[in-house]
Design a protein. Structure first.
Ligand code: GTP
Ligand code: MG
Length: 349
């Protein structure tokens, strides 16, 4: 049974091009086949479980090269919601022998869309390690494209063989490596808020000071002549106050509009999260139903098989019994013939 991890525990989002081995890596990590391997992952899905005493949540995503920019953004938002309160580690999965500039493109995309905060939590994971000898691996690491990727990814480089020959030690090592990434980031996940801030959808506008310096400068000039009526400075001051008043009013209005906009964006983001959560729930329910009907079908098939075997056994026994009967009859017949022949011989003598 899946135990989705919420709150504490390790939350990981798998990223990378199609066929890099994301789903396989997810299954290797969880120690069971949860994600579909060898078939394209079309939508981000979350699975979780206990791994070496830790609650681990893994979000598998579609190949980045199969989506357009908008689709990629949507899937990333889904992945963030699914890994709520946010992943502590992004695994950028690449396949040994197949690393190209496109993979660098993915890391750049992470940088641009999710920001440095995500890159700092990104561990470059190479699958298919078993295909290289130690020497070939050293050559592989030296490649410019790999070095470039490592420079971008704050979590460093790690290699696995996520196929059948996987050694349990590999999972332990990968967990340790991810733990290091978590520690480097003081255990803080990449949250939905971080994402909103990155996209400029949350937090006040930076540098909105309102040009106080110039006003301060003008005030220091006040005082001038004070002989009956309004001095030039006072008239000037009056005008300035009016301008300032207007500006303040304008600022208040601007702030109000900005606040309203922000509230609308937050509302929209809440709605999106809620929608995705609901979608995920209905996906899980449908999956449960499918699982249940698969289980029932399997039970029915087993019962059918056991009935067929019993019937077969019964037929075999019937056959055996018949054969025995025939043999006994044959024996009796032979004995009868022998007896007759002996009697005939006796009569002839
Ligand atoms: N030899 C070897 N094969 C691997 C390894 N990891 C994955 N594969 C194989 O590579 C193929 C693709 O793996 P997936 O895990 O489905 O790839 P993916 O990244 O999830 O692909 P998409 O869902 O299409 O984005 C599968 O046939 C896996 O069996 C590995 O470490 N070694
Ligand atoms: Mg996949």
């Amino acid at each position: 049974m899946v135990t989705p991890a919420r709150g504490p525990g390790l939350r990981v989002v798998l990223l990378g091009r199609a066929g890099a081995g994301k789903s396989t890596t997810g299954n290797t990590l969880l120690g069971r086949e949860r994600f579909q391997e060898g078939r394209a992952t079309l939508q981000s899905v979350m699975e979780g479980g206990e791994v070496e005493g830790r609650t681990v949540t893994v979000v598998d995503t579609p190949g980045t090269n199969t989506l357009d920019k908008e689709g990629l953004r949507e899937e990333m938002e889904r992945a963030l919601v699914l890994s709520s309160p946010g992943p502590q580690v992004f695994l950028l999965v690449v396949r040994v022998g197949g690393v190209t500039q496109e993979d660098v493109g993915v890391s750049r995309w992470i940088q641009e869309t999710l920001g440095e905060q995500a890159l700092r939590r990104t561990l470059l994971l190479v699958t298919g390690r078993e295909k290289l000898t130690r020497r070939q691996w050293e050559e592989f690491e030296k490649q410019e494209v790999i070095r470039g990727l490592v420079r971008l990814c704050g979590g460093g480089l790690h290699a696995v063989n996520s196929k059948a020959e996987i050694h349990p030690g590999h999972v332990t090592k990968l967990l340790e490596k991810m733990e290091q990434v978590v520690e480097q980031n003081a255990g803080q996940p990449y949250t939905w808020d971080t994402y909103l801030q990155r996209r400029g959808l949350r937090g006040g506008r930076k540098g909105q000071g309102g040009g106080g310096g110039a006003e301060g400068g003008w005030r220091t000039q006040g005082g001038g002549e004070r002989r009956g009526g309004k001095t030039g400075y006072e008239v000037e001051g009056q005008k300035q106050k009016e301008v300032e008043g207007k500006r303040n009013g304008h600022n208040v209005e601007e702030k109000r509009i900005e606040k309203e906009k922000q509230m609308r964006r937050e509302e929209e983001s809440r709605r999106l999260q809620e929608e995705m959560r609901r979608e995920e729930e209905s996906r899980k329910t449908a999956e449960k139903r499918r699982e249940e009907s698969r289980r029932k079908e399997e039970m029915r098939r087993r019962e059918e098989e056991s009935r067929r075997q019993q019937e077969e056994k019964r037929r075999e026994e019937e056959e055996k019994r018949k054969r025995k009967e025939e043999m006994r009859e044959e024996k009796n017949r032979k004995a009868e013939i022998k007896k007759k022949k002996a009697e005939e011989k006796q009569t002839a003598i």
